[in-house]
Ligand binder design. Structure first.
Ligand code: ADP
Length: 279
C-alpha cells in the first residue's frame, strides 16, 4: 500500500546543510558557480570539491536541475536547481518554479534517492513572494508524490518563522480547505431564496477539481468521483456550499483513514449534502 503524499511531507525550521537526508536541493544561480544565501551556505559546508564538480557541469537553465555529490555534507547528493527571478508574475514564474520541484524530484528518483530536503527556492535574492512560492512548492510536491511511491520523505526546510508559517498555511489551504475556495468563504451564503438549481459547469468543475485534489492529497481513488461531483453540483446552490460539501468529504476521508479505492456510500453523501445545504 502506498503511503499518502501528505504524510511523506514535513516542514521544519533549520539549516538545510545539516539535514540527514539522501539529497538536499540547492537554490542555485545559472552559472552553478556559487552565490549567496542558501547556495553560499551549501558550498561552505560541502567544501571546495563541490565547486570543482559544479564547474564541469556547464551551468543550468532556469527551471532545470543538475546533481552532484554532497562531499562534506551529511547528504550524499546536492541537486542544484535554478529558480526564476520574480518579475511581477507575468513571465512564467509560477510554471518555472513548479518545474524546479518536479525536475529535482525526478533527478532524485533516477539516482535512487528516497529522502529529499528543499529550501524555499527563489524566495530570497530572486524575490518570489513567499506565500505564493510555498503554495506552489507544496502543491507540486504533493502532485509528484501521488504518482511516485519511491520518494519516502520530503522535508521543507524553513530559514525563519515567516517561512514556517507560510508552509503551514499552504498545507492548510490545500489539505484542510479544498482549493478554489469561493470568494464568499467565511461569509454568508448568498442567494438564499433560490429553490431550484441547475448544474452550472463552473460549480461542477470546482467540485470535480476539489475531489481530484482530495484523491491526490490522501493518495486514494474515489471510484464514483464523477457521479459524486455531479450529485454535489446538482444539489448545492453556490460555490460556498460546494466547498462545504467537499471539505466534509475531505474530513470524512481523513477521519476514517480511507486508503486505496473507495466508494463513498449513499448515506454518507446524503449526510454531507444535508450539512452543506443546511437542510
Ligand atoms: P534564491 O536566489 O533562489 O532566491 P536564496 O538563497 O537567496 O535563493 O534564498 C532561498 C531561500 O533559502 C530563502 O527563503 C532563504 O531564507 C533560504 N535560506 C538561506 N539560507 C538557508 C539555509 N542555510 N537553510 C535553509 N534555507 C536557507
Amino acid at each position: 500500500m502506498s503511503v499518502s503524499p501528505i504524510s511523506r511531507i514535513s516542514v521544519i525550521l533549520g539549516d538545510i546543510t545539516q539535514q540527514q537526508v539522501d539529497a538536499i536541493v540547492n537554490a542555485a544561480n545559472p552559472s552553478l558557480l556559487g552565490g549567496g544565501g542558501v547556495d553560499g551556505a551549501i558550498h561552505r559546508a560541502a567544501g571546495p570539491e563541490l565547486l570543482e564538480e559544479c564547474r564541469a557541469l556547464g551551468g543550468c537553465e532556469t527551471g532545470e536541475a543538475k546533481i552532484t555529490k554532497g562531499y562534506r555534507l551529511p547528504a550524499r547528493f546536492v541537486i542544484h536547481t535554478v529558480g526564476p527571478v520574480w518579475r511581477g508574475g507575468g513571465h512564467g514564474e509560477d510554471n518555472l518554479l513548479a518545474s524546479c520541484y518536479r525536475k529535482s524530484l525526478a533527478l532524485a528518483e533516477s539516482h535512487g534517492v528516497t529522502t529529499v530536503a528543499f529550501p524555499a527556492i527563489s524566495t530570497g535574492a530572486y524575490g518570489f513572494p513567499l506565500a505564493r512560492a510555498t503554495l506552489i512548492a507544496i502543491k507540486t510536491v504533493i502532485e509528484h508524490l501521488s504518482h511516485s511511491p519511491a520518494i519516502t520523505k520530503v522535508v521543507f526546510v524553513c530559514h525563519g518563522d515567516q517561512a514556517l508559517r507560510m508552509y503551514h498555511d499552504a498545507i492548510r489551504e490545500l489539505v484542510h480547505e479544498p482549493p478554489y475556495a469561493p470568494e464568499n468563504s467565511g461569509g454568508k451564503i448568498q442567494d438564499r431564496d433560490r429553490t431550484s438549481y441547475d448544474i452550472t459547469p463552473d460549480i461542477y468543475e470546482q467540485v470535480a477539481g476539489q475531489l481530484r485534489m482530495i484523491e491526490i492529497v490522501h493518495g486514494i481513488r474515489l471510484v464514483n468521483r464523477d457521479a459524486l461531483a455531479e450529485t454535489i453540483a446538482g444539489v448545492v446552490k453556490d460555490r460556498g456550499q460546494a466547498s462545504v460539501a467537499t471539505a466534509a468529504i475531505n474530513s470524512w476521508v481523513a477521519v476514517n483513514s480511507i486508503h486505496g479505492e473507495t466508494e463513498i456510500a449513499e448515506d454518507v453523501i446524503a449526510r454531507i449534502l444535508r450539512h452543506a445545504t443546511g437542510r
